[in-house]
Design a protein around this ligand. Structure first.
Ligand SMILES: *[C@@H]1O[C@H](CO)[C@@H](O)[C@H](O)[C@H]1NC(C)=O
Ligand SMILES: *[C@@H]1O[C@H](CO)[C@@H](O)[C@H](O)[C@H]1NC(C)=O
Length: 471
């Protein structure tokens, strides 16, 4: 634990912080000790592609018929309820616009509205079962926390479709294995299929394909390779081809989204007259920085940034902000998808996007409602949540450069007794503060006498506490 910072703050700032401690906490809906099979005769499953076992399009079976949920009015609260129906502890996110592909059959629920604490989705409000004006292009999905509810005894099917699919892609250097500086930017394209790694037949291979492969490996662009050199090399090596006919448009975020064909087990002559596909990628500034070319990169004149990421835990992650008329603003998540996210990622020097997050998962950029007065030393930069109820002297705490961790938030008011007060018991506040890279929990706030041993002991009493619930 170490203090973040100490500053002067008006009593209103104190009020703000206490308000925040109850509004920034994570929802931790109570979960029943044991889940009975089939809530209200309903069954739930996750479907779609590509996905992990704990995410997908939500499908509900009712009266023997499987159907989906429309994304209209969908919220994280609804996702919490659905994830618990599926046997997971909670949701970490949700998706819209059929991110996992459109479903079929009924659209069982529309305008679903849950508070997050419901034991069953039947307790949530909606337009009524089967009443929807949506199409399956609006199917909602959930991303559950990869943690099962203890004692969950539901027979809900969690089906991961075992399609033949490209699970992973890598570039294997054709020469000098292991003697090159990381990252590998040029070499044979290899794909991992259920039975292992194999090469891709280069017949019909295009620059669009290379663009997609480089993008998904984190490189913003690709360059031409010495085809003659690789052809010669290929003649002297054995290959096992697993894939052919790859035809990407170039905007795909993953090779598995391109049109392609797998070889069948009984295809004896694979890739006749062809060779393994080879790509050469151009690393972006992040990789260049990690391989000792940082100075070179920094000395390049940099154009004025027009896009930036804020509020993410790692480089290459965050809320997208764009500069327009010298003001940074955010982007609405409507129609926000991997394609759009990839454009931003490449503009920032990364490859294609791994995920397009919506529903303000990187925090909402709440717009200022009031102009704030700033009296010299009180100035704290803008960047934190700033929802003010009154037009008063107010400050912000910019936490965008603070690393995730546990901190003590301390606010000092009128420390030198320059302003008369009836008593000084309220002139300091100290809180425990946990930052996970996305959200801040301010808890255990203590007003007055915050410098005393006694107060410190009281703060250290709940070191494992991670929510803002005062025990
Ligand atoms: C359902 O949600 C959509 C999108 O938010 C909204 O336009 C529509 O008015 C809602 N319909 C009802 C009946 O609440
Ligand atoms: C190859 O196997 C597939 C099924 O895996 C079968 O449908 C096809 O007829 C077989 N082709 C030949 C030429 O044996």
């Amino acid at each position: 634990m170490r203090p973040v910072s100490v500053w002067q703050w008006s009593p209103w700032g104190l009020l703000l912080c206490l308000l925040c401690s109850s509004c920034l906490g994570s929802p931790s809906p109570s979960t029943g000790p044991e889940k009975k099979a089939g809530s209200q005769g309903l069954r739930f499953r996750l479907a779609g592609f590509p996905r992990k076992p704990y995410e997908g399009r939500v499908e509900i079976q009712r009266a023997g018929e499987w159907g989906t949920i429309c994304d209209d009015d969908f919220t994280l609260q609804a996702a919490h309820v659905l994830c618990r129906e599926l046997g997971f502890t909670e949701a970490t996110g949700w998706t819209h616009s059929a991110k996992y592909g459109p479903g079929t059959g009924r659209i069982w629920l529309d305008n679903l509205s849950c508070s997050g604490t419901e034991q069953s989705v039947t307790e949530c409000a909606s337009r009524g079962w089967g009443n929807s004006d949506c199409t399956h292009d609006e199917d909602a999905g959930v991303i559950c926390k990869d943690q099962r509810l203890p004692g969950f005894s539901d027979s809900n099917v969690i089906e991961v479709e075992h399609h033949l699919q490209v699970e992973e892609v890598r570039i294997r250097p054709a020469v000098g294995w292991g003697r090159r500086p990381l990252p590998v930017t040029e070499g044979l394209v290899e794909v991992r299929l259920p039975d292992g790694w194999s090469q891709v037949c280069d017949k019909g291979w295009s620059a669009h394909n290379s663009h997609v492969v480089c993008g998904m490996l984190g490189f913003p662009s690709e360059k031409r390779v010495n085809a003659a050199f690789y052809r010669l090399l290929a003649q002297r090596q054995q290959h096992s081809f697993g894939l052919h006919g790859v035809a990407c448009v170039g905007t795909e975020a993953h090779l598995s989204l391109c049109s392609l064909e797998f070889y069948r087990a009984n295809d004896t002559a694979r890739c006749p007259g062809g060779a393994p596909a080879v790509v050469s990628c151009v690393p972006g500034p992040l990789y260049a920085a990690s391989s000792g070319q940082k100075k070179q990169q920094q000395s390049k004149p940099q154009g004025e940034a027009r896009v930036r990421l804020k509020g993410g835990a790692h480089p290459g992650e965050g809320r997208v902000e764009v500069l327009k008329a010298s003001t940074w603003g955010t982007v609405c998540d409507r129609k926000w998808d991997l394609h759009a996210a990839s454009v931003v990622c490449r503009e920032l020097g990364f490859g294609s996007a791994q995920a397009a997050l919506s529903g303000a998962r990187m925090g909402q950029d709440v717009s200022k409602r009031y102009e704030c007065a700033n009296f010299g030393e009180q100035g704290i930069t803008v960047g934190c949540w700033d929802l003010y109820r009154h037009d008063i002297d107010c400050q912000w705490i910019d936490i965008t450069d603070v690393k995730p961790g546990n901190y003590i938030l301390q606010v000092v008011i009128n420390p030198n007794f320059e302003v008369a007060e009836s008593d000084f018991t309220n002139n300091a506040m100290k809180c425990n503060c946990k930052y996970d890279g996305h959200r801040i929990w301010v808890h255990n706030c203590h007003i007055g006498d915050a410098f005393s041993e006694e107060a410190n002991r009281r703060f250290e009493r709940y070191p494992g506490q991670t929510s803002n619930q005062i025990i």
